[in-house]
Design a protein around this ligand. Structure first.
Ligand code: S3P
Length: 438
């Protein structure tokens, strides 16, 4: 990220053809973490070669794990076993990746070594007490800044104790952090979610032979187990597919097929919400690959209508709201989102940043404390700020499909955190977008 990028997206496109978008970010992170701690060699295919997943990969290399690749999405991880990590020589730089930092704080809390986790400007502002507080109850010693942010300094402790923790926020990162710490704790560790969140950690733990217990909204495991290497086929990321689901829905004459998309029911809120808005999405070739459901999605343009987004869908679509706001701007009538205050502590404050950009483009968008109200109407042209947030940048690129003139989007280098090759892939199916070095 030595230079930055700006996108210039022009109207007039429609999306047609067949593509496979980038690999799932959540699953890619977890494949490295569990593969590293497993006994044996784990082979991963479809790995996301984006900066976030690579930050995790490089962090485990710095802790002595031999990892080959990625090459064409293939990664081989030579597991070191549950207690085989080595203390790194320097702080582990996790870049923009909240998932790396929150999950690794749990995974490393009981390793008996000192490790410092650092991140970029955005990650250094994000709340970490949500993981360090419950980890402290388990006996971990992790220092944050006085604001409760990174750097996180993890100190060696004698051991961890299991916890029975009721999570105040619906966060898969917090749940995963505590389950990973729980593998190193005495007794059982249980987490209760206020609402279902993505369950990739539980599914993958089971795939590696580690028992995960379930009781209503509670997930638990017993410390002291081990992981056995396995092969992982990472599906295309539904969060990356979401840009194209919205793009093809709003651009007249579109007919686009997205191949091998992860359809985990804890991630499919974007499809449910778009369908409620009137989108035409066909699910084809449903199958299960390595414990995760996948399917091909065919999406054709449709007349969207504004809706009140059901709150139970919010955690299931948590990363897709920037582009769903673009869908709302193209819909007839008003869309109301509530219960989504978590959006304010993502890579950027996604409620404010999207509201600012939409307003610049002439859309009526009113932020509220925990959501937004958007009135569908014409999208104009102009220059918007992504604030270094990958998903904001890609969302506004899709908005150009219905704009009256060019949209210039600043600060787009971080698109490489989750979707390297976005501009080329989107151009190949008809989006008029180009990137420029600045
Ligand atoms: C993620 C969980 C979500 C999501 C993030 C990835 C994960 O965060 O926003 O992009 O891989 O567990 P929260 O669990 O904090 O909502």
């Amino acid at each position: 990220m030595s230079s930055n990028l700006r996108f210039i997206a022009s109207p007039g496109g429609k999306l047609t053809g067949e593509i496979r978008v980038a690999g799932d970010k959540s699953i890619s992170h977890r494949s490295i973490m569990l593969g590293a701690l497993a006994e044996g060699t784990t082979h991963v295919s479809g790995f996301l070669e984006g900066e976030d997943a690579l930050a995790t990969l490089n962090a485990f290399k710095a802790m002595g794990v031999q990892i080959n690749g990625p090459k064409d999405g293939k990664v081989t991880i030579h597991g070191v076993g549950m207690n085989g990590l080595e203390a790194p020589d320097a702080p582990l730089d996790l870049g923009n990746s909240g998932t790396s930092m929150r999950l690794m704080s749990g995974l490393l809390a009981g390793q008996g070594m000192e490790v410092t986790l650092v991140g970029d400007e955005s990650l250094s502002k994000r709340p970490m007490k949500r993981v360090t507080d419950p980890l402290a109850v388990m006996g971990a010693e992790i220092n944050t800044t006085p604001k409760g942010t990174a750097p996180l300094v993890i100190r060696p402790v004698d051991g961890l104790r299991g916890i029975d923790y009721k999570m105040p926020v619906a966060s898969a990162q917090v749940k995963s952090c505590l389950l990973l710490a729980g593998m190193y704790a005495d007794g059982e560790t249980w987490v209760t979610e206020p609402a279902p969140t993505r369950d990739h950690t539980e599914r993958m733990l089971r795939g590696f032979g580690y028992e995960v217990m379930e009781s209503g909204p509670r997930r638990g495991l017993r410390g002291g187990g081990k992981l056995t290497a396995c092969d992982i086929d990472v599906p295309a990321d539904i969060s990356s597919a979401a840009f194209f689901l919205v793009g093809a829905s709003i651009a007249e004459g579109s007919d686009l097929t997205l191949k091998h998309v992860g359809m985990n029911p804890t991630r499919d809120g974007v499809i449910n919400i778009l369908r409620l808005m009137g989108a035409d999405i066909e699910v084809m070739n449903e199958q299960e690959v390595g414990g995760e459901p996948v399917a091909d999605l065919r999406v054709r343009s449709a007349k969207l209508k504004g809706i009140r987004i059901p709150e139970e869908q919010v955690p299931l679509a948590i990363d897709e709201f920037p582009v769903l706001f673009v869908a709302a701007a193209c819909a007839e009538g008003m869309t109301v989102l509530t219960g989504a205050e978590e959006l304010r502590v993502k890579e950027s404050d996604r409620i404010q940043v999207m509201a600012d950009g939409l307003q610049t483009l002439g859309v009526v968008a009113k932020p509220t404390e925990d959501g937004i109200v958007i009135h569908g109407g014409p999208i104009g042209s102009g220059e918007v700020e992504s604030h270094g947030d990958h998903r904001i940048a890609m969302a506004f690129a899709m908005a150009s499909l219905r704009a009256t003139g060019d949209i210039t989007i600043n600060d787009c280098a971080n698109v490489n955190t989750s979707f390297p090759g976005f501009v080329d892939l989107a151009s190949s199916v008809g989006l008029n977008v180009r990137s420029e070095d600045v």
